[in-house]
Ligand binder design. Structure first.
Ligand code: PXG
Length: 301
């Protein structure tokens, strides 16, 4: 399907939507982006995504050449033009056209484009069997160098890790920070569940995820899972996590806009829990699906 792509105020058929070879987004990875999803005519957590986009842009001193309201309208208009009620949405803001030097201030105007497409879902069997992941040698970017909270167009750190995972026979990589603590995967945040015995049912467990300051993106799905944990009274905490902690967890799962909540069955050859997707992981996924029908900006075609 030749979907229409929004580019700087106009729409073009997919193969005609083009930017300059002098755009610093291409020359230097100088820009920011968001990956968003629409579920049955609801752009899930759109406000949160736009907040993160504006924060990323602010940190790299990139002025987005439109207001948030204009951005919202451009996203919804693009979905309408393409008659998509369920979609993956990619919003990209590049530094724009400059010369061959680094200087971002020589780029006259940022470019904005919005791609909407059908979602490429992970195979269903991965949700039933769980993923196998592997720790990779490339560590996550140092927050003092390129803060992983900035969703920038420079994804080489993650791409290196992805290549290393593939070389090791896995489709996703576990990334540590320079101190050896767990941060996240190449395109997903990581969670674990551990029995505490301090109560019965959900109360006898704790949901853990690393604090983002160790070197992880503040995932929108991650936030949603913490919100759900609060609602269903599952104790949770942001805590430093080691590989040892993950190996000995009762359940491990990853979260991301594309993956939603995906169970992890094996890490570095160690089976997690009983090797099958956990009950609490499935409960969180069910609640997440409920939330995707409620929390966002609604539109009709
Ligand atoms: N960590 C990183 C490094 C990400 O890029 C997430 C976590 C999850 O965040 P959200 O907000 O989606 O819950 C992401 C976002 C891909 C792909 O093709 C994935 C992302 C971005 C771009 C491409 O897997 N994930």
């Amino acid at each position: 399907m030749d979907y229409q792509v929004y580019l700087d105020g106009k729409w073009y058929p997919k193969h005609e939507a083009k930017i300059s070879v002098f755009d610093h987004g291409l020359l230097y990875g100088d820009g920011v982006f968001e990956g968003i999803r629409a579920y049955r005519g609801l752009v899930f957590k759109l406000e949160g995504h736009l907040q993160r986009l504006w924060e990323s842009a602010n940190t790299i001193m990139l002025k987005i050449p439109m207001t948030r309201e204009e951005m919202k309208k451009a996203i919804v208009d693009t979905l309408r033009k393409n008659r998509l009620l369920d979609s993956y949405i990619r919003v990209v803001v590049t530094r724009g056209v400059g010369d061959l030097g680094l200087s971002p201030w020589l780029c006259k105007k940022a470019s904005v484009f919005i791609i909407t497409d059908k979602i490429a879902l992970y195979p269903k069997e991965l949700y039933q069997k769980g993923l196998e992941i592997i720790t990779v040698p490339t560590v996550r970017n140092l927050p003092e160098a390129i803060n992983p909270s900035i969703k920038s167009l420079n994804y080489l750190n993650n791409i290196m890790a992805k290549i290393e995972a593939k070389n090791g026979g896995c489709i996703e990589a576990l990334m540590l920070n320079h101190q050896g603590y767990v941060t996240e995967c190449t395109g997903d945040n990581v969670f674990m569940i551990k029995k505490t015995g301090k109560g019965t049912g959900l109360k006898g467990h704790v949901l853990l995820t690393p604090p983002t300051y160790l070197g992880a993106l503040k995932g929108i799905t991650r936030e949603a899972i913490l919100e759900i944990a609060g609602k269903i009274k599952l104790p949770f905490e942001e805590r430093i996590i080691t590989r040892h902690d993950l190996f000995n967890a009762d359940e491990v799962f990853l979260t991301g806009t594309a993956a939603e909540v995906i169970p992890v069955a094996k890490i570095d050859g160690r089976g997690i829990g009983d090797g099958k997707p956990g009950k609490i992981t499935n409960l969180l996924l069910k609640n997440f699906h409920r939330l995707t029908r409620k929390d966002g900006v609604r539109y009709s075609l």
